[in-house]
Design a protein around this ligand. Sequence first.
Ligand code: FES
Length: 77
Amino acid sequence: MARCLEAGLPVASACSGNGACGKCLMTILRGADALERPSPREKAVLAKNGAGADQRLGCQCWMPAAGTDFLITTGYW
Ligand code: FES
């Protein structure tokens, strides 16, 4: 989420990035293996929002500083 905002890309949120609303749902098209596995809390919110296996909460996953090429999208970009 922070990286998107730094890049000028809007990220939807109704919980200020606290991992509760699911509005920041993003589809990870490339680089998913470099992300930490979802926490139990993130898994619960993903399930509640009907997320696919390639989707994560933007506010709950952090990209490594360098070394991985990510490609992500959302339904509202
Ligand atoms: S901003 Fe609400 S779950 Fe990510």
